[in-house]
Ligand binder design. Structure first.
Ligand SMILES: C[S@@+](CC[C@H](N)C(=O)[O-])C[C@H]1O[C@@H](n2cnc3c(N)ncnc32)[C@H](O)[C@@H]1O
Length: 289
């Protein structure tokens, strides 16, 4: 309920985020992680697909996409974008939760995506969401979640401004859970619309935690990346210069892909989007790349 209220109210904000150079770089980096698995006719599940940032591009490349999201408003926006682009016969829209994919059979998709943290927002059912995503993966899963260590500075800043305390930050550091403060929860019960204004409850993962959780579900993790780490460490001015120069931009994306996958930065990741991405495969599937 709280999550649906929040995401329904944030369609416009989600789209505006694309203007931020840090977010644009993040999207392009994530897209590079997906591209090796994209072919015409590939069956894709985009779980928590939002307003269609990735589904639309996959449909353009000839994939058959099931686009699932919790928020009817996000779905409506995605449907509109896909229709305007003329790909409505390639995308099916489903209103549902990533933690309940019972409408889909085991291993029914070649490629399963859950990007920019729907699994983290499935909290307190994040483990169930992971089991479901792995179950329906026929070949490859590309998943991104909130990076616990990378997000801690953001939590500290929010909490200091909200109530000059570090209690929630300690909890977040120790178990990865971000819950609404109790005074806010009490108000929300009476006025649910308040859930629009505070970031929704979530679970943030450590790198080893997400790798172990996915491998426990029977997939093999091939790659783990703290997407956006190099970007985060640069000034906005530098990022704008890079983004404006196509040749420099290409080179920067390649450098970032290598840098962000180094063991030493796995706890960093983007500040403006989910900072921990992994690529996993079903053991018997054989790589598509
Ligand atoms: C930050 S947006 C990311 C959207 C898209 N994957 C992207 O990368 O552009 C998070 C999306 O997850 C959806 N979401 C949150 N919790 C979910 C859940 N439990 N099941 C399905 N979708 C969920 C939200 O409605 C929202 O559209």
């Amino acid at each position: 309920m709280i999550h649906r209220i929040f995401w329904n109210a944030h369609v416009r904000r989600e789209k505006l985020r694309d203007r931020n150079p840090e977010k644009r770089i993040h999207t392009d980096l994530v897209f590079r992680e997906i591209l090796p698995f994209v072919r015409e006719g590939v069956k894709v599940l985009d779980a928590g697909g939002g307003y269609g940032r990735y589904s639309l591009e996959l449909a353009r490349r000839g994939c058959q996409v099931v686009h699932l999201d919790l928020s009817p408003r996000m779905l409506r926006e995605a449907q509109e974008l896909v229709r305007e682009a003329g790909f409505e016969n390639r995308v099916t829209f489903v209103c549902g939760k990533v933690q309940d994919l019972s409408a889909f059979a085991d291993e029914s998709f070649d490629l399963v995506l859950s990007l920019d943290a729907p699994v983290s927002y499935a909290y307190p059912e994040e483990k169930r969401a992971l089991r479901e995503l792995c179950r329906v993966t026929g070949r490859t899963l590309v998943l991104s979640v909130v990076n616990r260590l990378g997000q801690l500075p953001v939590v500290v800043e929010r909490e200091i401004h909200l109530r000059k305390s570090l209690a929630l930050s300690w909890q977040f550091f120790k178990n990865g859970n971000w819950d609404h403060p109790s005074f806010f929860q009490a108000m929300e019960e009476r006025m649910p619309f308040l859930a629009r204004f505070l970031f929704p409850p979530l679970h943030a993962f450590l790198p080893k935690e997400i790798v172990d959780a996915v491998e426990d579900c029977g997939l093999e993790v091939r790659r783990i990346v703290a997407t956006g780490s190099l970007t985060r460490l640069l000034s906005r001015r530098t990022l704008r210069t890079i983004v404006r120069n196509p040749k420099l931009y290409e080179e920067f994306l390649e450098l970032s892909r290598l840098y962000d996958a180094q063991f030493e930065v796995l706890g960093v990741g983007s500040r403006v989007a989910s900072g921990l991405l992994l690529v996993a495969e079903r053991k018997h599937s054989g790589a598509m790349v």
